[in-house]
Design a protein around this ligand. Structure first.
Ligand SMILES: NC(=O)c1ccc[n+]([C@@H]2O[C@H](COP(=O)([O-])OP(=O)(O)OC[C@H]3O[C@@H](n4cnc5c(N)ncnc54)[C@H](OP(=O)(O)O)[C@@H]3O)[C@@H](O)[C@H]2O)c1
Length: 290
């Protein structure tokens, strides 16, 4: 089924594209830098250069498509962009598969990006357009890969604002695999699917797992929510984003994202990848030293 993928060059998008190709589809991607995307994806992906904030570009790129995969970056303007896409596609009959946030935080007064997701979901569900909403927990590749492992590399420790609470983080490849199945079937139309990894993992368990694989000690430095907020701000993070993270960590520390669903297995037929498998692959590719 023909699908247009937005956000194809980020953390999740490439896995959606890869899975669609594995399933025999030729996805179309709307990207800001066409040359870079052509080099990234090769000839089996149809690359359209354009900006997702441009409704004419969205309508033109979505022409002839069964579905649009709606993903845009975590940013202060996320809702503006995504509501613009929904508006641009209204009355086209094209299905929208929206990548949302962790289920526990999607509330009208949740952390900023999550209340934006909530608002977008409300509009999408009320739009009369066919849709599926995907609500993944934190991505291993971001929380562990982009935040923890570089910290371990430079300081030998993990900064822990969560106490003993765990998060059932999900591998970005499993999010891509679910998205591709949903994009190639109408079996889940009208549904909201919560996606998690196989079990909740604490920061102490992650430190131990990295330590065991690298043969170096990894310490866990417990911090308060105020300390993590101050440190993010001191490192130049925008105030809205530092506040977003503080609120997310507060929810995580209360165990709100420790829940586990069977959705990855039910949709893809495969068990969700474990953090151990992710660390085995990642640390083999990028040795970490303390
Ligand atoms: N991080 C997590 O753990 C987590 C967990 C659950 C949900 N989420 C949600 O996941 C989403 C982010 O996904 P991600 O991490 O894959 O995003 P990402 O890595 O930030 O990638 C964003 C993508 O959007 C593209 N893009 C940005 N602005 C655009 C525009 N104006 N027109 C066209 N393309 C544009 C970027 O393209 P360029 O290459 O041109 O920049 C890139 O491909 C957010 O909604 C976030 O709330 C994140």
């Amino acid at each position: 089924m023909p699908a247009l993928i937005l956000g194809a060059t980020g953390n999740i998008g490439p896995h959606v594209v890869d899975e669609l190709r594995r399933l025999g589809d030729t996805p179309r991607v709307l990207v800001r830098d066409g040359q870079r995307a052509r080099a990234l994806f090769g000839p089996d992906v149809e690359v359209v250069a354009g900006d997702a904030t441009d409704s004419d570009a969205i309508r033109a790129a979505a022409e002839g498509m069964d579905s649009v995969f709606l993903l845009s970056p975590h940013s202060f303007t996320m809702a503006d962009l995504q509501l613009g896409v929904i508006r641009a596609l209204r009355r086209t009959g094209i299905r929208i598969i929206k990548l949302s946030g962790t289920a526990s935080a999607i509330t009208p007064d949740g952390p900023l990006a999550c209340r934006e997701h909530w608002e977008i979901e409300q509009v999408l569900e009320g739009s009369g357009q066919p849709f599926v909403i995907l609500r993944p927990n934190s991505f291993l590749q971001v929380l562990v890969g982009k935040l923890m492992l570089p910290g371990i590399h430079s300081t030998g420790k993990i900064i822990n604002p969560l106490g003993t609470a765990g998060i059932s983080m999900i591998d970005a490849r499993d999010v891509g695999a679910v998205a591709a199945r949903v994009l190639t079937s109408h079996a889940w139309d009208g549904q909201t699917l919560s996606l998690t990894g196989p079990r909740p993992v604490t920061y102490a368990e992650i430190a131990e797992a990295v330590s065991a694989r690298r043969g170096v000690p990894v310490a866990v430095a417990d911090v308060t929510l105020d300390q993590v907020h101050a440190s993010l701000t001191a490192n130049g993070m925008a105030p809205w984003e530092a506040e977003h993270f503080r609120e997310m960590y507060e929810l995580f520390a209360a165990g709100a994202s420790a829940f586990v669903t069977d959705t990855v297995r039910e949709v893809t037929g495969n068990e969700p990848r474990t953090i151990e498998a992710y660390l085995d692959e990642t640390l083999a590719a990028e040795p970490v030293t303390a």
